[in-house]
Design a protein around this ligand. Structure first.
Ligand code: PBG
Length: 348
């Protein structure tokens, strides 16, 4: 007798990723979840080095946008792969032609954290003596921390998470602590190295994280409905909307190059609009000058029930920051870059 259900046809989804240990871990997590729901799909992993992985010397601003993503996107458009798992934080805010963010998965802890060289001695940034050295290559992190802790010294630290943790432990390297994203450490099982979580309400001064930090963006070819349908099972709408608000804010502010901007988005409890079911999303944002001397901070809370409304909230927040002087801070940074001053971008 004919059955009303037919066995789904088997097919393969080729998943592209960077080669770093964190990227491979993330891809394994995503495929694991997809595989449970879609047993008839074969997922294969295609790992490659991107410009950002290969070149650890050229200052990030000279490498342009998409240093972690462009090669993978070229393969996606060529149909060598069908999707890419990215740290959303590393994805430029405008997508190349033919590529779309298919979905965003549930966010890991988005906060920045402190790892100390001597965790038995130092527990918080405030415990560090004058002149202590903080390792970070992120202008966003350094600018915000300079503002709160002017007595600390900031020094570049590049390399993958393992490398950075080793540098932090090595007294020869000269770091008293390093700042990293909680998400990377937690995913790699380095929970025990985290001494302090930084957020807007941190005692001694708030710290806002990078746009998209802690979330994964799954990128696909525009119009590839078959792959899009498969990805739906790992989509997390609260994260998708919150990070869309963050990306809209960033797009509003960047004017061509990355800027030291921090954000924090929070879905509020009892999130009733008054009018219905819409949950309220609070966005906090900051734009800080490189020296930490000037900053514009803002906060907005609105009912958000769609990606469009999330984008609108982010844009409004961005416009408000611009109106209140953020553009002046950004113009100084842009002018500095054009004159060849060593101002870094990117968030690592
Ligand atoms: N640019 C590096 C990068 N991109 C994403 C993460 C962390 C993981 C995440 O935010 O999802 C990191 C490392 C770090 O900032 O400590």
């Amino acid at each position: 007798m004919a059955s009303s259900t037919t066995t789904p046809e088997r097919f393969t989804i080729k998943v592209g990723t960077r080669r770093s240990a964190l990227a491979l871990k993330q891809v394994e997590m995503v495929i694991g979840e997809l595989q449970r729901v879609h047993p008839h799909v074969d997922f294969t992993v295609h790992a490659m080095a991107t410009a950002g992985d290969r070149d650890k010397v050229t200052p990030l601003p000279e490498m342009g946008k998409g240093l972690w993503t462009s090669e993978l996107e070229a393969q996606l458009v060529n149909r060598d792969i069908d999707m890419v798992v990215h740290c959303l934080k590393d994805m430029p805010t405008s997508m190349p032609p033919g590529c779309v963010i298919g979905c965003v998965t549930e966010r890991e802890d988005p906060r920045d954290v402190v790892v100390f060289r001597q965790p038995e001695v130092h527990h918080r940034l405030a415990d560090l003596p004058t002149g202590a050295v903080v390792g970070t290559s992120s202008v966003r992190r350094a600018a915000q921390l300079r503002r709160r802790y002017p007595e600390l010294v900031f020094k570049d630290v590049r390399g993958n998470i393992d490398t950075r943790l080793k540098k932090c432990t090595d007294p020869e390297a000269g770091y008293d602590c390093i700042i990293l994203a909680a998400a990377g450490l937690l995913r790699m099982g380095f929970d025990d190295r985290i001494a302090q979580y930084l957020e807007s309400s941190t005692e001694g001064g708030g710290m806002l994280h990078a746009v998209g930090q802690g979330a994964l963006g799954l990128e696909v070819r525009e119009g590839d409905e078959r792959t899009l349908a498969v990805l739906k099972s790992v989509e997390h709408m609260p994260t998708f909307m919150a990070t869309f608000a963050e990306r809209a804010l960033m797009r509003m502010l960047e004017g061509g190059c990355s800027v030291p901007i921090g954000v924090e988005t929070t879905w509020m409890e009892n999130a009733d609009d008054g009018k219905g079911k819409k949950k309220k999303l609070r966005i906090r944002a900051t734009v800080v000058s490189i020296d930490g001397q000037t900053a514009v901070d803002g906060e907005r809370t609105e009912g958000v029930g769609s990606l469009e409304e999330a984008e609108a909230l982010g844009r409004k927040m961005g416009q408000e920051l611009v109106d209140r002087g953020a553009q002046k801070i950004l113009d100084v940074i842009t002018a500095g870059r054009e004159s060849g001053a060593a101002v870094k971008v990117g968030d690592s």
